[in-house]
Design a protein around this ligand. Structure first.
Ligand SMILES: C[S@@+](CC[C@H](N)C(=O)[O-])C[C@H]1O[C@@H](n2cnc3c(N)ncnc32)[C@H](O)[C@@H]1O
Length: 237
């Protein structure tokens, strides 16, 4: 069988390559890599340190607690990838927040480079000089960029053409361009579980009624969990 040319290449630059070993072998990511649609190369930034201790961090100018990742090994790790058209992303809580629009944008690229920070973060000249776009996976602070890189990678990979076999299962979804709401609730068997019933509409076999129930339920869930998504869409209350 002919293996398709990868639709996307991703180079991940990290001080902890082992973190990626299991996640890249499982489920969607494992299948995408196994089928040749996704080519992920995890690279150790420490390979680009030049002293005997393989130092990649140092004290921050201006004082304060914690170490800062040095720029030289990160620049050299990126430069070692060679030339080519790509998006270079620095995972950072101070970055632009990742959302489904940005995920769709990244999914349209053929080559991404993800740089994972640690400690107090990465010397600012990495973002400034490489340059690298700073992207945050949410308003909280992780201890490293590895989990953030996996979040981005998984969200992007499921939009890479051919990765999700059944295109139907890609939509409508939460944050979908088509609905702009959260996904509607889903149910499977059994029909009755611990006193909780599957809504009648879903058992009716009436496609119009099912569609209307899903629209209403999605709106209700959005109002309850993410009212900000409805702002400007309807009167408050
Ligand atoms: C402890 S954090 C640094 C936090 C930084 N001093 C601050 O307060 O903004 C270390 C690394 O984890 C990663 N990280 C932490 N939270 C993140 C988030 N919400 N999104 C993306 N990356 C994050 C970044 O790569 C960051 O350089």
């Amino acid at each position: 069988m002919r293996v398709p040319a990868p639709s996307m290449r991703v180079d991940v630059l990290t001080l902890f390559p082992a973190i990626f070993e299991s996640p890249l072998r499982q489920s969607l990511l494992g299948r995408a890599i196994g089928s040749g649609l996704l080519d992920v190369r995890v690279r150790d930034i420490r390979d680009h340190a030049h002293d005997p201790h393989r130092t990649t961090d140092d004290y921050g100018y201006g004082g304060g607690p914690g170490m800062v990742m040095k720029p030289e090994p990160v620049f050299e790790a990126v430069e070692a990838l060679g030339p080519g058209s790509r998006r270079t992303i620095l995972l950072s809580p101070a970055g632009r927040r990742l959302d489904q629009d940005l995920v769709r944008e990244f999914a349209g690229e053929s080559w991404l480079v993800l740089i994972c920070g640690r400690y107090e973060g990465v010397d600012e000249r990495v973002a400034q000089g490489l340059p690298a776009e700073e992207v945050s996976v949410g308003d909280y602070v992780l201890s490293g960029g590895e989990a953030a890189a996996l979040v981005l990678l998984e969200a992007v990979t499921r939009l890479v053409p051919g990765v999700v076999g059944n295109v139907e299962s890609l939509g409508p979804e939460s944050f979908g361009a088509d609905i702009g709401l959260l996904d509607h609730p889903h149910y499977t068997r059994p029909r009755s579980f611990r006193g909780m019933e599957v809504p009648d509409a879903l058992l009716s076999g009436d496609h119009a009624r099912i569609a209307e129930w899903r629209r209403q339920a999605a709106r209700e869930k959005t109002r309850r969990n993410r009212p900000d998504l409805l702002e400007g869409d309807e009167p408050a209350g």
